[in-house]
Design a protein around this ligand. Structure first.
Ligand code: AMP
Length: 447
């Protein structure tokens, strides 16, 4: 098994106030886009990031920007913004602004979101003394530029987020108009999930010697994996997992937990129920991990209980089931996890146990994968019946609430978003036309 070299946020060079906040947010490990992007942004380089929502992209730019603002404190010019983030939609703009507020709460940065549909006057007032970070949609920002209620001549950092969506929405011209008002000495960070020709051209015009980082498009889940979700109360998960193992079809199961302690607890519970399993995570020695993997491969144990990080880099064929004992808070992890089954032409089953507090994570996963995961109807306490009639309705509870728990994500994501109904259930999303970006590449200098 590959020994894993894990990056931490402190190794990436972020200041201690940010590290404290990340600790409070329970962000222990940078996502790949964060590990790749943060050092270059801290150095003041331009960046071309190929990544989509769900990869931790917002923090990949927000954290180093906040670090740079704190390292060079000074007031923004009147009606100006030291940092301008352009976002295609209101929802994304307000989420990004909220992220800046969350991550920057120790450093006292001022953040304003600006988009159409919100009172113009109030935005004029919010900008009158200038702000550190302005997150805006292009249309409303142009209105302000025309009214001279916003000036961008002193802007030091420009972020263009979801550039391909900007193209789909006809925003390329307004964007070029906005850029023409910003000094060429700025630092520019450019993000897009895909790279159609026009976006490549825009990036080429906007960026100077950018560092290019990309993460593989992960939104596509393997077709041969049958996915199910079971809505269950948190305290019932352990016994439910034992019930799942009662199915003899579950020959070789990879069970995912969010934490190392969780992995140990679950493994102990299964062992106590007579099911042969082992836990693998970062606190296990190399020898222990290899022994566990060997036993799993040879079929001497039926289950391997793992954290995301421990499961990376291990290669096991013929995993019949992936069980998400806890849903991951980073949606792309879900795609990686369930990709561990249905390898080498085999069929696989992925079962996710979702409690009330994890409903927001489930919604994010469904948004990322653009599919709703059918729920398994639990009739009675022991029978697990796949309900073919209703593939979208939540089974166990309906309030959709999601309290901020130990590993929950920031509050902002618990709000209702566009495309969700009041019950918190996502509406089936219309797939936008996208030109797919070729396979992932790693950091490489310049375009
Ligand atoms: P984004 O791709 O920016 O929309 O982020 C996706 C989700 O991952 C958000 O709910 C973030 O709060 C969460 N997130 C981002 N980075 C991390 C991290 N390093 N550890 C844990 N959660 C993260």
């Amino acid at each position: 098994m590959k020994e894993l070299e894990l990056t931490t946020f402190s190794k990436l060079g972020l200041n201690s106030a940010l590290l404290k906040t990340l600790d409070a947010e329970r962000y222990t490990t940078p996502t790949p886009i964060q590990a790749q992007a943060i050092p270059s942004v801290l150095e003041g380089k331009d960046l071309l990031g190929i990544a989509q929502t769900g990869t931790g992209k917002t923090a990949a730019f927000a954290l180093p920007i906040l670090h740079r603002l704190a390292a060079n404190r000074r007031p923004a010019q009147r009606q100006g913004a030291r940092v301008l983030v352009l976002s295609p939609t209101r929802e994304l703009a307000s989420q990004i602004a909220q992220s800046f507020k969350t991550y920057g709460r120790q450093s006292g940065v001022s953040v304003t979101a600006m988009f159409g549909g919100a009172p113009f006057r109030r935005q004029v007032t919010a900008m009158s003394r200038g702000v550190d970070v302005l997150v805006a949609t292009p249309g409303r920002l142009i209105d302000h530029l025309e009214q001279r209620s916003v000036v961008l001549s002193g802007t030091e950092i420009l972020v263009l987020d979801e550039a391909d969506q900007m193209l789909d929405m006809g925003f390329i011209r307004p964007i070029r108009q906005i850029i023409s008002k910003i000094s060429a000495r700025r630092q520019t960070l450019f993000f897009s999930a895909t790279m159609p020709r026009e976006i490549g051209k825009l990036a080429g015009d906007m960026l100077r010697n950018p560092v290019r980082v990309s993460v593989a498009p992960v939104a596509k889940t393997a077709d041969r994996v049958t996915q199910k979700v079971i809505h269950v109360e948190g305290q019932r998960k352990k016994s439910l997992l034992v019930e799942l193992f009662a199915d003899s079809a579950m020959q070789r199961a990879l069970v995912f937990t969010r934490t190392k302690r969780g992995a140990d607890k679950v493994a102990r519970h299964l062992e106590a129920a007579g099911i042969k399993v082992a836990a693998i995570h970062g606190n296990k020695s190399q020898g222990q991990r290899e022994a566990a993997l060997g036993a799993f491969r040879s079929g001497r144990i039926r289950g391997l209980v793992a954290t995301d990080i421990a499961a990376r880099g291990i290669d096991i064929d013929q995993v019949t089931h992936v069980v998400n004992y806890e849903l991951p808070n980073i949606p792309e992890s879900y795609v990686h996890r369930i990709g561990r089954t249905a390898r080498a032409g085999a069929e696989g089953i992925a079962i996710s146990l979702c409690d009330n507090e994890e409903r927001a994570f489930l919604r994010d996963i469904e948004r990322l994968t653009r599919q709703s995961i059918p729920s398994m109807d639990r009739r009675g306490d022991s029978a697990l019946v796949v309900d073919q009639r209703d593939h979208t309705a939540p089974a166990a509870d309906s309030n959709g609430s999601s309290r901020r728990g130990a590993s929950a994500r920031p509050k902002r994501f618990q709000k209702r978003r566009k495309g969700e109904t009041r019950g918190g259930k996502p509406k089936p999303k219309q797939r936008r036309h996208r030109v797919d970006f070729p396979a992932a590449s790693s950091t490489a200098p310049s375009l």
